[in-house]
Ligand binder design. Structure first.
Ligand SMILES: Nc1ncnc2c1ncn2[C@@H]1O[C@H](COP(=O)(O)OP(=O)(O)OP(=O)(O)O)[C@@H](O)[C@H]1O
Ligand SMILES: [Mg+2]
Length: 296
């Protein structure tokens, strides 16, 4: 079964798509079969990063059931051996407001893709779609920049993802699901308290689910003047969310990244010795190592 890695962020424009595209390419170069999936519902653009301007089939065809099997809309990219791309959906309100059954069908087929690694680029923000697509993965990667609004949005995203994850773990437990579903929780502690009021076993389920949620962070666009106090962020997350955040790597602000976007080729291919490409290669190696331990 494929390992699914989701790439999300609270704030838009922080570099999720370029990072997802480059990591997919770098992992494919290491001999894995990789499928890159654009799940930025309403804002799909990853195909452009590979110079694929008008993909003949996209997620829209799958969601409207013009194509039954998700793998049939995967485009092989002849220039990038081992890598295929499922282009996203952009422009209709119907897809933006995807009903639950469609989302479930999409997630089920994503998990069944015949490949080694699936990298999923998620739209920014904390909509239910974004959170559910993010959480379905085996490994959760967050991207943030040193911009204070990006760090705040990162914190908010992780908190809401943790709450949704804990609530989802109760969906199979009828009484508990009913007790929790009517309430709009704004902190993880509140969820734990509500779970504990039902019974002690429920609180334990909630705590175990939280502990298992360990997102990894990529800091992007760092420069001499712009960096993030990662230790303080980790402490905040442990204190208020109970989860553990790992720093996966740091990518410098690098004009090579922008040149690559304008050249329709990931920076890892276009300028592999640039500082951003070198940092991305190190992150891809770390992810590969984590994958090996995941399958053990
Ligand atoms: N390390 C970097 N150095 C310089 N520029 C960068 C870097 N990372 C990203 N960028 C620039 O930021 C732009 C936005 O990146 P990208 O589209 O990947 O963000 P995003 O998080 O996917 O945005 P959205 O939320 O809109 O989907 C890119 O076009 C690129 O030019
Ligand atoms: Mg994007």
């Amino acid at each position: 079964m494929a390992i699914i890695i989701s790439v999300g962020s609270g704030k838009g424009g922080v570099g999720k798509s370029v990072i997802a595209a480059n990591l997919a390419l770098l992992i494919a170069k290491k001999g894995k079969r990789v499928t890159l999936v654009d799940l930025d519902i309403g804002g799909a653009d990853i195909h452009i990063l590979f110079g694929l301007m008008n993909p003949p089939l996209t997620l829209t065809d799958f969601l409207h059931r013009r194509i039954e099997r998700l793998e049939d809309i995967a485009h092989t990219l002849p220039a990038h051996s081992g890598l295929s791309l499922i282009p996203g959906t952009g422009d209709t309100l119907a897809t933006a407001n995807m009903p639950y059954a469609k989302k479930k069908r999409l997630i089920r087929q994503l998990k069944d893709l015949q490949t080694d690694v699936v990298i999923v680029d998620i739209g920014a923000g904390t909509s239910y779609h974004a959170l559910d697509f993010f959480l379905m993965a085996d490994q959760h990667v967050m991207v943030a920049t040193p911009d204070p609004t990006s760090v705040l949005d990162l914190y908010r995203f992780i908190k809401l993802a943790a709450i949704r994850r804990v609530l989802s773990s109760f969906l199979a437990r009828g009484a508990m699901a009913d007790a929790l579903s009517d309430h709009d929780f704004c902190s993880v502690d509140e969820v734990l308290e509500a779970a504990g009021q039902t019974d002690e076993a429920s609180r334990l389920v909630a705590e175990t689910t939280l502990r298992a949620f360990q997102p990894a962070l990529i800091l992007n666009r760092l420069s001499g003047r712009a960096h993030v106090n990662v230790a303080a962020l980790k402490k905040l997350l442990t204190e208020y969310i109970g989860g553990h955040l790992t720093l996966l790597g740091e990518i410098p602000d690098d004009p090579a990244m922008e040149r690559a976007v304008r050249g329709y080729l990931p920076v890892a291919d276009r300028e592999p010795t640039s500082p951003a490409a070198v940092a991305l290669a190190a992150i891809a190696d770390t992810l590969l190592t984590r994958m090996t331990s995941h399958t053990c």
